[in-house]
Design a protein around this ligand. Structure first.
Ligand SMILES: [Zn+2]
Length: 284
């Protein structure tokens, strides 16, 4: 009898431990994008890094645990030090953990990102170098072109173009085959659409996002069209006097129904646009 109870208890605890381990272990990976450019995954977040003969250019650290894992993997796999770390924008879920890298790493971000990292007290290291529009970085015969394309998702988002690898790293403002994230917090519409048009005019083949699978320039165009069409529909509904709840029922862009987060985030995207339109229509 005693034995049976302890067996049950042992089974119970082993299942608890198993569940706990599953909950804590992050899904991390490193995959090659093209040539010396790689993608680093930490659960639902991604950044990229470029390996050169003179060191590694890393991007968003994601968080301290992820950054520690990445640093160890880079040392083991490539035997090259990280020379530069580039932040895409100031949001904490992408750039926390920058302090994990040692002082010899030069951190780069947009001017506005540094201001927000300080202002919002983000848990990361401050950038050593900031810029307002463009910055080209060369290391070991390889190049990264950093560009600020105006306000989009945040007012300090930059894109990182790797011309040798024909790849553009663009975080959060161009979801691929997905509607936008929730109710568009920290969004600047319609500047956002102008920023995507600038991406569409750039020369690259592979679009590497901060979430989800790799895409191409066609995905940028498709997402811009979705946002433009939705914005126009919300503006029209607002001018017709529809309430937010009414337009969340009436606006159904079914051509995008196969996209990620359509069922959960479409109504929130409408809410985000409605709130911005309401602000701009205050004079009425
Ligand atoms: Zn963000």
């Amino acid at each position: 009898m005693t034995l049976r109870i302890s067996t049950v208890i042992a089974l119970f605890f082993s299942s608890l431990v198993f569940t706990g381990a599953l909950a804590q272990e992050a899904n991390r990976s490193i995959t090659q994008i093209k040539g010396d450019l790689y993608r680093f995954q930490n659960n639902f977040h991604y950044s990229v890094f470029l390996v050169t003969d003179d060191g590694i250019i890393a991007t968003d650290p994601i968080n301290a645990d992820a950054a520690r894992w990445l640093q160890a993997e880079l040392t083991t796999r490539f035997e090259q030090p990280i020379k530069y770390l580039i932040y895409s924008h100031d949001h904490v879920d992408h750039i926390a953990g920058g302090e994990v890298f040692d002082d010899a790493v030069t951190i780069i971000a947009h001017d506005g990102a540094k201001a927000d990292i300080i202002g919002e007290d983000r848990p990361t290291a401050l950038p050593d170098i900031t810029f307002s529009h463009e910055l080209t970085l060369e290391l070991g015969g390889q190049t990264v072109e950093l560009s600020y394309l105006g306000k989009s998702h945040s007012d300090n988002m930059i894109v990182m173009n790797f011309p040798q690898q024909r790849t553009l790293f663009a975080v959060d403002f161009i979801p691929i085959k997905s509607v936008a994230w929730k109710n568009l917090t920290d969004a600047y519409i319609p500047e956002w659409m102008e920023a995507i048009k600038k991406v569409e005019a750039m020369d690259f083949d592979i679009l590497a996002p901060g979430h989800g699978a790799l895409g191409s320039k066609k995905d940028a165009t498709a997402f811009r069209r979705y946002m433009e069409e939705l914005y126009a529909a919300v503006l029209k509904a607002a001018r017709e006097g529809q309430s937010l709840q009414e337009m969340q029922q009436s606006i159904r862009p079914v051509e995008y129904k196969e996209w990620e987060n359509y069922d959960t985030h479409l109504a929130l995207n409408i809410e985000g646009m409605y709130n911005q339109i309401k602000l701009h229509r205050r004079g009425n």
